[in-house]
Design a protein around this ligand. Structure first.
Ligand code: NIG
Ligand code: FE
Length: 410
C-alpha cells in the first residue's frame, strides 16, 4: 500500500466535491484554488485534503511518504481529448515545404499530408507502431497528461485501420492512464479511391465498422468534414453507420471552411466538435442548444499559421470550451498541454483560469470522463500533478516552453 501526504501546497487547484462536471461561458473563469493546503493519497485515491491547519490527526503516519510542496501547486492532471498519437513517422519535410511557401492543402494535394502518413504506416509493423507510441505516451504522461484520446486514420484500408486500432487497444491495456480510441477511417480518401470515393465510404461502412465492432476496438467515430475531404452528407452517412454500432461522434469540423458540419454533428448527438478555427453564428446557435463540447486546438493553428479558434466569442456566447493538443505529425507535433495552455492565453485571449477549466473538467466531459477525471475529489483515483515552485498559477501559461511539472501521481 502506498500512502502519500503532500503538504504545504501553495495552491490546491480544482479540488472539491461540488465542482460541476462542465463549465460554460462566464463560469469558465471560476477556478477553485485552496491556498496553503494538504492532500493525502492512498494507493492513488484521494482520502483527504484541506487547509494545512486542519490536517494534523487526519493522517495515519505509518509508512507515509511526505512531500513538502512549499511554493508548488497541485492540479488534476490535464486531459488530452484529441490526439493522433499513433503514427509511423514524423513529417519535417512538409514543415520545410511550408516554410518555403506551400500551404497544408497544397502539400496534401501533392500526395503529402495524411496520405503521406498512411504510406509510412503501411510500411511499419504493428509491433514497432506499438513500441513507438508507448515511448511517446511515457513522455506525454511526464508533461502532466492523465488521460488521452487516440484516433486511427492513418491506416485508410481495412488492414491499416485495424492495425492502428489494435495498437491503441494494446496501449489501453498496458499504459497506466485511461486511453479512449476513436475510429477515423474517414480521415482522407486514399489515392486509389480518388475516382471512386463512394467505394471507400462503402469500405468504411460495410467492412471496417463491422470488423472494428467485432473486436470492440473503438469508443468513438470521427470524420474529417472539410473541403477536399468528406462532405457533410458523407459525414452524416458515416456517423450514422458508426452510431448503429454504438460509437458516438467526435468530429473534425471547420478547420479551413464552414460547410455546415457543426450543425449536423450537433444534430447527430456528437460528444465534441473539434478544430473550429472557422465558425459562424449558425454554428454558435446550434452549439448553444446542445451539450456538445467545442474543442479548440491552438497547437494546430500555431503550427500551420491558420486562424485561431475564436474562444472569446464562444465563451461570450455561453459555450463550454475544451482545449486539446491535436498531437500528430502533420499539423501539430506537440503534445505538451502546458504549451497549449500558453497558446490559448496568448493567442486566443483565454485567461489562465479559463484555460485550466478547458484542460480539466471540460476536457474530461469531451471524453465522457467526468465521473473520474478533471477534478480532485474524495474517493477519486485519477492522476494528479505537482508543479515546480512557481510564483503564481498564471505563471504556468506565462512562462511558455518551461517545464512546469515536477511529478505526476497515477
Ligand atoms: O487534426 N485535420 C485533419 N487531421 C489532423 C491532421 C492530420 C495530418 O496532417 O496528419 C488534424 O489536424
Ligand atoms: Fe486532429
Amino acid at each position: 500500500m502506498s500512502k502519500i501526504l503532500i503538504k504545504n501546497i501553495k495552491g490546491l487547484v480544482q479540488a472539491g466535491e461540488q465542482i460541476p462536471s462542465v463549465r460554460r461561458g462566464a463560469e469558465m473563469k471560476q477556478l477553485e484554488v485552496l491556498e496553503n493546503a494538504y492532500l493525502a493519497l492512498e494507493d492513488g485515491e484521494v482520502i483527504a485534503y484541506g487547509p494545512m491547519n486542519e490536517w494534523e490527526g487526519i493522517i495515519d503516519w505509518r509508512e507515509l511518504e511526505i512531500i513538502d510542496a512549499d511554493g508548488c501547486f497541485v492540479l488534476p492532471a490535464f486531459i488530452d481529448s484529441h490526439t493522433h498519437t499513433v503514427f509511423a513517422k514524423t513529417r519535417e519535410e512538409e514543415f520545410v515545404d511550408r516554410i518555403h511557401g506551400l500551404s497544408y492543402e497544397e502539400i496534401a494535394a501533392r500526395g503529402g499530408g495524411i496520405l503521406n502518413s498512411a504510406r509510412k504506416l503501411s510500411e511499419l509493423s504493428e509491433e514497432n507502431l506499438y513500441s513507438d507510441a508507448k515511448k511517446r505516451i511515457e513522455r506525454i504522461i511526464q508533461t502532466g497528461t492523465g488521460a488521452l484520446e487516440i484516433k486511427s486514420g492513418y491506416g485508410l484500408s481495412l488492414e491499416g485501420e485495424l492495425k492502428m486500432l489494435r495498437v491503441i487497444k494494446r496501449l489501453k491495456e498496458s499504459m497506466p492512464i485511461v486511453i479512449k480510441a476513436t475510429f477515423l477511417g474517414a480521415h482522407a480518401f486514399p489515392a486509389e479511391y480518388k475516382e471512386n470515393e463512394r467505394a471507400y465510404i462503402d469500405l468504411i461502412i460495410n467492412q471496417m465498422l463491422p470488423a472494428i465492432h467485432a473486436e470492440q476496438l473503438a469508443d468513438y467515430i470521427d470524420v474529417f468534414c472539410e473541403r477536399n475531404y468528406f462532405s457533410v452528407a458523407e459525414m452524416e452517412e458515416i456517423l450514422k453507420a458508426g452510431i448503429a454500432y454504438g460509437l458516438k461522434p467526435k468530429v473534425h469540423v471547420n478547420q479551413f471552411s464552414i460547410l455546415g458540419g457543426v450543425e449536423k454533428a450537433v444534430e447527430l448527438g456528437a460528444i465534441s466538435v473539434d478544430h473550429l478555427e472557422e465558425i459562424d453564428e449558425k454554428d454558435i446557435q446550434a452549439l448553444k442548444k446542445s451539450n456538445v463540447i467545442p474543442t479548440l486546438l491552438p497547437g494546430c493553428s500555431h503550427f500551420l499559421s491558420i486562424p485561431f479558434g475564436d474562444a472569446r466569442r464562444m465563451i461570450e456566447a455561453g459555450l463550454p470550451i475544451a482545449l486539446a493538443s491535436d498531437f500528430n505529425p502533420g499539423s501539430s507535433p506537440n503534445y505538451d498541454l502546458m504549451t497549449i495552455l500558453s497558446l490559448a492565453c496568448i493567442k486566443q485571449k483565454m485567461t489562465p483560469e479559463e484555460g485550466i477549466n478547458a484542460l480539466t473538467i471540460n476536457a474530461a466531459a469531451a471524453l465522457e470522463l467526468s465521473e473520474s477525471h478533471g477534478k480532485i475529489a474524495l474517493g477519486r483515483k485519477s492522476p494528479i500533478m505537482l508543479t515546480n515552485e512557481i510564483p503564481s498559477l498564471a505563471y504556468l501559461a506565462y512562462a511558455f516552453g518551461e517545464q512546469h511539472v515536477q511529478r505526476i501521481f497515477i
